[in-house]
Design a protein around this ligand. Structure first.
Ligand SMILES: C[S@@+](CC[C@H](N)C(=O)[O-])C[C@H]1O[C@@H](n2cnc3c(N)ncnc32)[C@H](O)[C@@H]1O
Length: 323
């Protein structure tokens, strides 16, 4: 595990993870003299957290991360900002159970950090041979291997078709069900080659080809960590805790996450949540205003410096008086 390094975290690159849209997120959260108590729901390498603490001497951060290694990494930051950072080793869907008091801002920087992709034994990457784990919280829950061995047909379809958006989902689900009880579901490389054998190489015109297992890995990871459900649970709680005028910033990394964020923000802004939402306007309640209509994406220079930032998109909502 890379060691904590507060100097690197200050620049948004905490030993192994480059914080995405760092300046933009912190500016939206703190501009106009906004200071006080912030929620960082996804501590990761602590880059955003540190920038929030640096933004104003009076700032405090209540942070969450469900990954025990992220908690270990926070030691140096906790020491450097003694008494100003409280870190909870919990899933952010448990926010309702944690006392925070009214918040001056909240940040969700969703998904995985570079530590997850670059640490072979976490089992998120088919670049390395490792047990198929994929849990963010390695202290509880089912590993990806256990999920693949035991999930019913419907849960596998949901993971591969809905969460992975794999067009050849039938072939992948069949292959998983047929491989049960063999070694092929036990480690990353064997599982990736099983998928490759049924999906084949894929070329998307005008884009670099992606590995045939990319989509299935994403879908299984989302299922194992309940990544979408937890966002649905946590966003309303975080929004509720904001003071009037405080902002909620969410950075997401794929369209399934962003759809949940978009719909929630529109609902809070009193706008139709999607194209088929034709409720009369008097049935809506305006609780806030979106500060950017189109999600903000990283600049070309950020993507050049950190290619993992390329799929990021950020949305911001400011809580208003109840109308
Ligand atoms: C993209 S990284 C955050 C990086 C961080 N903003 C930084 O600047 O270093 C996401 C982090 O959130 C954590 N995480 C993801 N989903 C979570 C959840 N539901 N509850 C708590 N932590 C979660 C992951 O373990 C990971 O460390």
């Amino acid at each position: 595990m890379p060691s904590a390094n507060p100097d690197k975290a200050a620049k948004g690159s905490s030993a192994g993870h480059s914080s995405v849209l760092l300046n933009e997120a912190v500016r939206f959260l703190t501009e106009g003299e906004r200071s006080g108590c912030f929620l960082d729901a996804t501590f990761g390498g602590g880059g955003h957290c540190r920038a929030l603490l640096e933004a104003h001497a009076a700032n405090r951060v209540i942070a969450f991360d469900c990954d025990p290694e992220a908690i270990e990494r926070s030691a140096a930051l906790q020491q450097a900002y003694e008494g100003r950072l409280t870190l909870h080793h919990r899933n952010f869907d448990e926010l309702a159970e944690v006392e925070t008091g009214p918040l001056d801002g909240a940040l969700f920087d969703l998904g995985l950090s570079s530590y997850h992709f670059d640490t072979p034994e976490r089992g998120f990457s088919f670049r390395f041979a490792a047990p198929l784990d994929m849990r963010l919280n390695t202290e509880e829950g089912m590993t990806a291997r256990e999920f693949l061995e035991t999930a019913d047909h419907e849960a596998l379809v949901t993971a591969i078709r809905n969460y992975g958006e794999e067009t050849r989902w039938r072939a992948v689900v069949d292959a998983i069900e047929n491989a049960r009880g063999t070694e092929r579901l036990s480690d990353t490389l064997q599982f990736a080659s099983l998928i490759e054998s049924v999906v084949g190489q894929r070329r998307v015109q005008g884009r670099a080809p992606i590995h045939p297992a990319t989509r299935s890995f994403q879908g299984i990871r989302i299922a194992v960590n309940r990544e979408l459900e937890v966002i649905e649970t946590a966003l309303p709680v975080a929004f509720e805790r904001l003071k009037t005028g405080a902002r909620l910033v969410v950075i997401s990394f794929h369209s399934l996450e962003d759809r949940i964020v978009k719909r929630f923000f529109r609902r809070m802004a009193g706008r139709p949540e999607h194209g088929r939402d034709n409720r009369p306007q008097q049935d809506r309640v305006v609780r806030g205003r979106e500060l950017i209509r189109k999600p903000l994406r990283p600049s070309e220079s950020e993507i050049a410096a950190n290619p993992r930032a390329r799929s990021a998109c950020m949305r911001v909502i400011e809580k208003g008086e109840l109308s």
